[in-house]
Design a protein around this ligand. Structure first.
Ligand code: ATP
Ligand code: MN
Length: 534
């Protein structure tokens, strides 16, 4: 058997003005990349052999510094807003030449070929060019990994140039400040400058897929996790950051399809990525065993601290950021499905972390309510403890992913609505947030209860129980659920003072209603009828 020779793909690199005389580390396996990281001082190993790094100034995405080049492809197609900010071609050219100059002055760079979309009909090849070895490892972990055979004829569709060490001159670059993520659909190029937060890489790719798939392939792209049950039924879990997509999709009783980004075609759903990017804050072995055990050689852990004088991670320490993370290939989850493709979903869960303790821990939605909730995209953000802010903040993010959606939210909502109706999909809303009162007064719903409620819904155990309609929000709340005390199923009865509950429910209803005003004209009567009743 002949072993294919992997050659460094210099032709395209030269096109961007990159010199290739210096050292290019191409397609290194993870163990070699880790050695380079250690040599370069990018990180250290913990006691279980994972690489632990700090991402520097940025420990989260910076949505205000994300731009899309306004050109003949995007001008009329992109829904320009606070997340989809236009930037002129002239500035793109300037930033590109700054990045290539920056990469050219480095003694070494890391190049990797990978792809996204597990369904071969929608596969997109990506070449990642990194200043850092650890960001290259992130690409290995998170994207799909071509075989040696596939590399022989690999043609990149898109390129990512990543230069975390470069500080842009904002005035000259047409940017807000020294860091930026710039996407050009015409050049099929993503520029990352001044930020070392690895998550920018994955969410930039997600953004381009959210543009290309619905427009060119009639595929609904979704910010959701997905898994498949022993009977072959698929479930998907939509939700904003911190609502439980990654945690709840890692279910020992079901095969993991993917933890964050999926496409829904006419005959299947498929994962865009090849890895998981899980939160580590307060990670406990008994509560989230799959994620805990994925922290091993090859995994990349970000912004955690060790117990003093040891190489043991203190998962409770959020002093660098509450957004501590680990990336690892999907294969690190023992029951991950390969390839990451599943049948059309039978159940959809909308996850919300309601810090006001108003929404029921699980409820069933009609198609109209489902569309209303999808377009609203509600969750609440609880401020990090270190800032001293004690009030939660309501967040509405259309389609549970507005920062990543270049098209008008109506495009995605219409596709989802059609699919829910045509396929008769059951839609559930799950509050993974507070019960018994708001943040600081009540408490977060136990993860074991949330898991039990989801299992019950998936196994049909909620199909023939009594339901009560929520008086304000209208969703159907089951009166009983196996494995869960009935007393927690109706949120009002968990509050010590039910009239305080009613008052809070009224506030939340007001926020929903005023957020929805901007969509009012464009949606059907059926959807409008699902608005909260005051
Ligand atoms: P992102 O889009 O940022 O990746 P995500 O939706 O994947 O976010 P998770 O990483 O799953 O969110 O985060 C959920 C967090 O909330 C985890 O740290 C989990 O341990 C914690 N948690 C606590 N209680 C619950 C609950 N009842 N249900 C789900 N998660 C819970
Ligand atoms: Mn996640």
């Amino acid at each position: 058997m002949s072993v294919p020779v992997i050659t460094i793909p210099t032709d395209k690199l030269v096109q961007f003005g990159l010199h290739i005389a210096d050292t290019i580390h191409y397609q290194l396996p993870p163990d070699e990349l880790v050695r380079h990281c250690l040599r370069r001082g990018e990180g250290v190993l913990n006691d279980t052999g994972a690489l632990v790094i700090r991402t520097g100034e940025f420990t989260g995405r910076s949505p205000k510094d994300r731009y899309i080049v306004k050109d003949e492809i995007t001008a009329d197609a992109v829904h320009w807003n606070d997340f989809n900010q236009p930037i002129d071609q002239i500035y793109f050219d300037k930033i590109l030449s700054r990045i290539t100059a920056w990469l050219n002055h480095l003694p070494e760079i890391f190049v990797r070929d990978c792809y996204v979309c597990a369904d071969p009909r929608h596969r997109l090849n990506i070449r990642v060019i990194n200043e850092n070895a650890s960001t290259n490892l992130f690409a290995y972990n998170m994207f799909l990994r071509p075989t040696d055979k596939q590399l022989e004829h690999f043609q990149p569709d898109w390129h990512i140039l990543s230069a975390p060490g470069l500080r842009l001159d904002a005035a000259q670059s047409g940017t807000r400040q020294h860091n930026a993520v710039v996407i050009s659909f015409r050049h099929r190029l993503i520029l990352l400058a001044g930020t070392g937060y690895t998550g920018e890489t994955k969410k930039a790719i997600f953004t381009i897929l959210n543009f290309l798939l619905p427009r060119e392939k009639n595929v609904l792209s979704m910010h959701c996790s997905a898994n498949k049950g022993p009977k072959g039924d698929t479930a998907i879990f939509f939700g904003l950051s911190g609502t439980g997509k990654t945690t709840l999709s890692a279910d020992p009783g079901r095969r993991l399809i993917g933890d964050d980004e999926h496409g829904w075609t006419s005959d299947n759903i498929f994962n865009f990525e090849g890895g998981c990017y899980a939160k580590c804050i307060n990670l406990q072995e008994d509560k989230e065993p799959e994620i805990y055990h994925a922290i091993r050689p090859g995994a990349l852990v970000e912004n955690v601290k060790f117990f003093q004088g040891t190489d043991q991670i203190n998962f409770e320490d959020g002093s660098i950021t509450e957004n501590t993370r680990v990336s690892y290939p999907l294969t690190y989850i023992s029951n991950a499905l390969e390839p990451s493709v599943g049948p059309i979903p039978k159940n959809i869960f909308f996850l919300t972390c309601d810090a006001y303790g108003v929404l029921p821990p699980i409820s069933r939605l009609t198609p109209g309510q489902a569309m209303y909730q999808f377009i609203s995209g509600y969750t609440a953000k609880v401020a990090g403890t270190e800032t001293g802010i004690t009030e939660p903040k309501p967040t509405f993010s259309a389609c549970f992913g507005a920062p990543f959606l270049p098209l008008h939210p109506g495009r995605y909502a219409e596709l989802l609505g059609k699919k829910i109706k045509e396929q008769g999909v059951k839609v559930w809303m799950v509050n993974t947030g507070w019960s018994g009162g708001p943040y600081l007064k009540g408490s977060r719903i136990r993860l074991s209860y949330t898991r039990a409620m989801i299992t019950a819904a998936l196994e049909g155990a909620l199909d023939n129980v009594d339901y009560e309609t929520h008086p304000v929000f209208g969703m159907a709340m089951p009166a009983t659920c196996p494995g869960v005390p009935a007393a927690i199923l109706h949120p009002r009865s968990t509050w010590p003072d039910p009239s305080a509950y009613d008052e809070m429910a009224g506030h939340l209803a007001d926020w929903f209603i005023s957020n929805f005003e901007k969509y009012g004209k464009g949606v059907s009567e059926e959807i409008l009828a699902a608005a909260p009743k005051k």
